[in-house]
Design a protein around this ligand. Structure first.
Ligand SMILES: Nc1ncnc2c1ncn2[C@@H]1O[C@H](COP(=O)(O)OP(=O)(O)OP(=O)(O)O)[C@@H](O)[C@H]1O
Length: 921
């Protein structure tokens, strides 16, 4: 990696990339130790260096200031008052597991510098070197990883026409590559949520322009992104001559991204990566297209607001980390191939039908630890004795599980059984050699079982039978000298000694050598004691060497099993996900969907999987039927009061489709799902305000992207499209969109359109595949009862004022609002909308549509037929604002500049007061 300074990072998460300028020149360093430090620091200028000195990891200078701030540790000075004074902060080496994750989570790249030789043996300055560079995307430390989530490093390469992207989770060995449009890369980034993204220094603006500033990024030199270099790096790693075997050789840009990832691993000193054994291709065509707005809007893996619950939390009943991680992938990558979906559904059905089998499968799954990450640690040679034991214990469950599945009589489960390998010899090797109570570290002894190595046993006898030996010696000398208080003891400075109180020192034999004089006693050594001490110390040292050799042999033996254990992990992940589907289906009354290639989406008694589990006790979710078909009821326009449940209905439809296509049962009485190829949603209108974009612009950009990418198999959900602009613009836009969706001969996308514009109900008169529905409410005594039932036909009004009252709006405001509404409704019946709205006049939306290059312009314009329909629509409020009255004109201006989405209730009331002042009311 180059050491030239990177351009200033704009992204809030861009990892600090510093040039060498901030590193103190070696000449200023005063001691050999500091000279060594600055030399090592130079190797990774952008990384925070943890420099091992004795029992501490120290940081210096700017690094010390940063780590003191992040870790909340004391900041002091080294060489205070001298010319070479430098800030210093450190922590004990055994606290690395506590402090390292904090640094990495704060977005730091951390270079760990260790002592490469035993300080006792070192002649002069201890040899030190950087043993690992830990970055957010490349970490094997348990504390920096989420057990139930992958930790991906991604690389993005911008080609001339397409882009390439690659993902690697070093903790599991999963390595993926894809290529496609920038939109596709954006969707994958959103789905995989990598912990760190690499790109070329030159592409920073492209990256941030395309994907926003929310990723933790690191820029690499341009030469890393060469095609030949990437090809060589990959083939060298996989020991192949080409990449054909992985089916990725034609993905030029993707291969460059994948090569960049391997390059980065080498840079960060991760060279033992045998577990990264293949490169998988993410095929765009295989999975349902969920644009990034949809993944976000449907809250599949992450809630949009604090306290929200994403779908994954509701769905996840997996029992192993492999299952949990796989489920996250399945949820964002629903399938399109009917047979593949059926296979998953068949297995789930078998488990649902046989609760005993399900229970037994789950019992065997429970103790299977993180096989995948454990074997990765073996591959990178960073596995500790306890983890090896965990690996063996996890393997213990495989044999009985395999037996169970093989005897299940369920074809898919039998197939999974075939993929399981209990790796009995590995398990035996570990359990016969590693003590069950082995410590975490190998250098503390007590790791290897007795009876494995004769020399080890003998040395242990020597080292650990010491107490006995010393006691015997003490008794013997007490008898020989007649000093009953004589004792044999040990301290670090003098080693073993005999202690005699002053009262008895005249009885001490002449050959004893005096070592130390205390106030009340004298301490001595004897030849026998010295020989014994030497033997013990040697024995301990030898013992550690032999233990470590045998331990390494066990790790090496485990290395032969990497691919078999990985295969187990994959099969366990799949089984765990399917068992989780079955458990959820049983517990929450989900039904098996009929999935086929037909044109229908027909849901009977559908429920929202998340909302139904969040309702307060005593309340139950009201199920609804909904049918969409590209030939008949293609577009359903749903009107209904605020809070009626329109959005819930839209979302639940998408979630039921998604669940069906990931192979899960669905929250419905019955569901027929003709394969959907893309799900688009445009929900809500005020969520991008924080990014400073105009709500309306965002809404239109997202809608444009939807209209440009549809097919007849797509599902489109639009919720209150057009509400971000004036009523007439909004209605015109919504109108034109529905028409466009209806009239596009190439793409009769199934569409749910929730709106407050009741005028849109008239579309059904002219568009045969548009149907009106409303979510019913009951009005009694001026109050609204939400029935939550979807019924045919449009609805009359929005009950917005009722909702305002429920929200605690002052009664005077509610009363006045009712008066105004009454007035407006009277006006509506007297005049037509055509006077106020000229649908042929260009709207803001026309401009957006004009920019859609993939759609025929003609179909994007409101049609004359629409004009007729609009002309017959009832007039809405504009008559109140006749421009002739300057006060009303002023009122109109004020109202137009008002953004209701951003007003607090108090601000709204103050505004109301101001408005009253304008008209002198
Ligand atoms: N079928 C249902 N059964 C029970 N509760 C429901 C149902 N549908 C919706 N709800 C509840 O009603 C609340 C409001 O629903 P939702 O947000 O879908 O209304 P809406 O019609 O889209 O309102 P608005 O037009 O104001 O956005 C939901 O948060 C949920 O708690």
């Amino acid at each position: 990696m180059s050491t030239t300074p990177a351009p200033a990072a704009k992204s809030k998460f861009a990892i600090k990339q510093l040039g060498p300028d901030h590193i103190k020149p070696e000449s200023v360093a005063d001691t050999p130790l500091m000279r060594q430090y600055y030399q090592l620091k130079q190797q990774h200028p952008g990384a925070l260096l943890l420099f091992r000195v004795g029992d501490f990891y120290e940081t210096f200078g700017e690094d010390a200031v940063t780590s003191a701030r992040i870790l909340d540790i004391t900041l002091t000075k080294r060489g205070a008052g001298t010319a070479s004074e430098v800030a210093l902060a450190g922590f004990p080496h055994h606290a690395l597991d506590t402090y390292l994750p904090k640094l990495v989570r704060a977005g730091q790249r951390v270079a760990i510098c260790d002592q490469l030789e035993d300080p006792k043996q070192a002649k002069g300055l201890v040899k030190r070197g950087i043993t690992e560079l830990v970055t957010p995307g490349v970490s094997l430390h348990d504390n920096t990883l989420e057990r139930r989530q992958n930790n991906y490093l991604a690389a993005v390469h911008f080609g001339k026409t397409e882009g390439g992207i690659s993902f690697l989770d070093i903790s599991t060995g999963e390595f993926l590559v894809a290529q496609g449009t920038i939109d596709y890369l954006g969707k994958l980034l959103q789905n995989f949520r990598p912990a760190e993204v690499l790109f070329c220094k030159r592409s920073r603006a492209d990256f941030e322009g395309s994907f926003g500033p929310d990723f933790c990024t690191y820029a690499l030199d341009e030469w890393v992104f060469g095609q030949d270099y990437a090809h060589d790096t990959l083939t060298r790693h996989f020991r192949t001559t080409s990449l054909k075997g992985f089916g990725v050789d034609n993905l030029k840009e993707g291969v460059i991204a994948a090569g960049c990832i391997l390059h980065y691993l080498a840079e960060t000193k991760h060279t033992d990566i045998q577990h990264v054994a293949s490169l998988g291709r993410l095929e765009e065509d295989k999975y349902v297209w969920l644009d990034r707005f949809t993944v976000r809007n449907l809250e599949l893996v992450q809630a949009q607001h604090p306290g929200g619950v994403p779908l994954i939390d509701i769905l996840d009943q997996t029992l192993t980390p492999m299952g949990a991680r796989l489920l996250r992938k399945w949820v964002v990558l629903p399938l399109k191939e009917v047979s593949q979906i059926q296979r998953r559904l068949d297995t789930v059905a078998a488990l649902v039908a046989d609760p005993e089998l399900l229970e037994e499968v789950q019992t065997h799954l429970r103790p299977i630890n993180d096989l995948e990450r454990l074997i990765s640690k073996v591959a990178v040679r960073r596995v500790n004795p306890r983890e090896l034991l965990q690996l063996a214990r996890a393997l213990e469950s495989i044999a009985p599980l395999r037996e169970k599945l093989a005897a299940s009589g369920v074809r898919a489960l039998e197939k999974l059984a075939d993929q399981l390998n209990p790796c009995a010899s590995l398990r035996k090797e570990i359990q016969s050699k590693i003590r069950p109570d082995a410590p975490l570290l190998t250098n503390q002894g007590h790791v290897i079982m007795d009876g494995i190595d004769a020399e080890l046993d003998e040395l242990r006898g020597l080292a650990f039978s010491g107490k006995d030996f010393l006691l015997k010696m003490q008794q013997r000398e007490q008898a020989a000298t007649g000093i009953s208080s004589l004792k044999v003891a040990y301290n670090k400075v003098f080693g073993y000694y005999l202690e005699v109180s002053n009262a008895h020192k005249n009885k001490v034999p002449a050959e004893w050598i005096r070592k130390q004089t205390l106030v009340n006693a004298e301490r001595y050594v004897t030849e026998e004691l010295k020989t014994y001490e030497e033997k013990i110390l040697n024995a301990e040292e030898q013992l550690f060497i032999i233990e470590s050799r045998i331990y390494q042999e066990v790790v090496l033996a485990a290395l032969d099993f990497v691919s078999q254990v990985q295969q187990n992990a994959r099969a366990i992940g799949v089984l765990d996900c399917l068992a989780s589907f079955a458990a959820t289906a049983r517990q929450y009354r989900y039904a098996r969907p009929v999935v086929n290639d037909g044109p229908m989406l027909d849901i009977k008694g559908g429920r929202h999987p998340v909302i139904e589990r969040q309702l307060p006790p005593g309340e139950s979710y009201i199920p609804n039927d909904l049918c969409l078909s590209q030939d008949d009821q293609q577009i359903v326009v749903i009107t209904g009061p605020n809070m009626a449940g329109k959005s819930a209905l839209l979302r639940q439809t998408a979630l039921i489709v998604l669940l069906a296509q990931i192979g899960s049962f669905v929250p419905a009485e019955e569901a027929t799902v003709g394969i959907i190829d893309k799900i688009f949603t445009r929900v809500g209108a005020s969520d991008n305000l924080s990014k400073g974009e105009s709500t309306f612009m965002v809404e239109m950009t997202e809608t444009a992207s939807i209209l440009n990418n549809l097919s007849s198999r797509s599902l489109v959900l639009m919720d209150e499209i057009g509400r971000g602009t004036s009523t007439y613009d909004g209605i015109s836009i919504a109108w034109a969109i529905v028409e466009h969706l209806h009239n596009n001969p190439k793409a009769r996308a199934k569409t749910l359109f929730a709106t407050h514009y009741h005028e849109l109900n008239q579309l059904a008169d002219d568009c045969p595949r548009v149907r009106n529905y409303h979510v019913a409410v009951q009005e009694a005594d001026g109050r609204v009862l939400f029935l939550r039932k979807l019924r045919p036909g449009g609805s009359e009004h929005s009950f917005g004022i009722h909702v305002a009252r429920m929200a605690g709006m002052p009664p005077a405001v509610v009363l006045r609002a009712n008066e105004i509404m009454h007035h407006l409704e009277q006006e509506r019946t007297q005049t037509g909308l055509a006077e106020a709205v000229d649908p042929s006049a260009p709207t803001e939306f026309d401009e957006v549509l004009a920019g859609l290059d993939e759609q025929p312009k003609a179909s994007a314009q409101p049609k004359p037929r629409a004009t007729t329909a609009v002309a017959s629509a009832p007039k809405v409020q504009l008559s109140m604002f006749e421009p002739s009255d300057p006060a009303l004109e002023r009122l109109r201006e004020l109202l137009q500049t008002l953004d209701i989405n951003t007003l607090t209730p108090i601000e709204a009331l103050l505004k109301l007061q101001e408005l009253k002042g304008v008209v002198g009311a």
